[in-house]
Design a protein around this ligand. Structure first.
Ligand code: DGY
Length: 321
């Protein structure tokens, strides 16, 4: 029997690749990342399955070219890079990888919070520059305690909840805003209180973003929101860059409307060393590594493969959109 054809826009773990090669004729894109749109449009024509990454734009143009495509399996929890409506119209199933990356992303979020409040990266930069000259002054490099501070969680899904559980261990108070309230039992378990969006903005000492990127959340954190935050507030984003208006954020940080930001995601990725955010001491930056632990990435690869295989067999995927 003729093997089905599968396109990967980038290499995955060897075990995952082997599994795919055992079953299908596999094409792995080797060149420029992300795969150029023209090339993707051409290569997708004859494949039955696609494995893609969160930066691959699978829009309606691409989907129109995908005449045989039955399954898109993305190596990510986010699926904002895929035109879901167009895929549905073409009866293409979509698999994704939630749950397995919840803890890794929550851990990174807490790491960024700690880094910001205790000025860890700032201190590291200072030492590397040879600027640590005087020892242990009463006011030197002071940060803040987390105990008693209010964590504001925007988006109380799996990751927001995992961040809240961790924040409780630091003695933080937790308020959240979500499309829907959590059940009371879960609110009690998390010690989290539902508040309106305006109240969330006003009361958060640390404001952490965990909503998906959609038309509704695009630019949700903009100058109007930033100016209502506490001057001492810290903004953390491990969700998607475009939820924050970056120009407004840079202005707010420069004007000291808020005290700092820790960002794992950006409007346009990757950012370079000359990006305005790199010049600020009160900002911590990481290169989109929310899910980037060896254990988690392996699990994501396994699920990406299983979703693809199940989808191509016409079976229920482990996680489908
Ligand atoms: C995802 O899976 O969508 C994350 O952004 C990757 O870290």
């Amino acid at each position: 029997m003729k093997k089905l054809q599968v396109l990967l826009t980038r290499k995955l773990h060897d075990f995952a690749l082997k599994e795919l090669q055992r079953r299908y004729r596999v094409f792995v894109h080797q060149g420029k990342i992300p795969m150029p749109k023209k090339l993707l449009a051409q290569k997708i024509r004859n494949v039955d399955g696609l494995v893609c990454f969160p930066y691959d734009i699978i829009d309606s143009d691409i989907i129109k070219c995908a005449q045989k495509l039955k399954v898109i399996s993305t190596y990510s929890v986010g699926f904002d890079h895929i035109d879901i409506k167009a895929a549905r119209e073409h009866q293409i199933k979509i698999g994704y990888t939630p749950e397995v990356l919840t803890n890794a992303t929550a851990d990174l979020t807490v790491g960024l919070i700690l880094d910001l409040v205790r000025r860890i990266s700032e201190g590291d930069r200072l030492i590397r520059k040879g600027d640590w000259r005087v020892i242990f002054g009463a006011y030197d490099y002071v940060g803040n305690d987390l105990e008693g501070k209010t964590l504001g969680v925007l988006g109380m899904g799996r990751i927001g909840q995992a961040v809240s559980e961790r924040a409780r261990a630091f003695g933080m108070k937790i308020v959240y805003h979500n499309r829907k309230n959590l059940p009371h039992s879960l609110e009690r378990k998390l010690h989290a209180r539902y508040v309106s969006f305006p109240e969330l903005i006003k009361t958060s000492d640390i404001f952490s973003i965990h909503v998906p990127y959609t038309e509704q959340t695009e630019g949700m954190i903009n100058k109007n929101v930033l100016k209502k935050m506490k001057k001492t507030a810290l903004l953390v984003n491990t969700a998607r860059g475009k939820i924050i208006n970056e120009v407004d954020l840079v202005r707010a940080l420069k004007a000291r409307n808020i005290a700092g930001a820790a960002l794992d995601v950006f409007e346009m990725e990757p950012i370079g060393r000359h990006h305005a955010l790199t010049e600020m001491q009160n900002v911590v930056l990481t290169p989109h590594i929310g899910s980037s632990t060896a254990e988690t990435r392996k699990k994501m690869a396994a699920i990406t493969v299983q979703n693809l295989v199940l989808g191509l067999e016409g079976k229920k995927m482990i996680y489908s959109v």
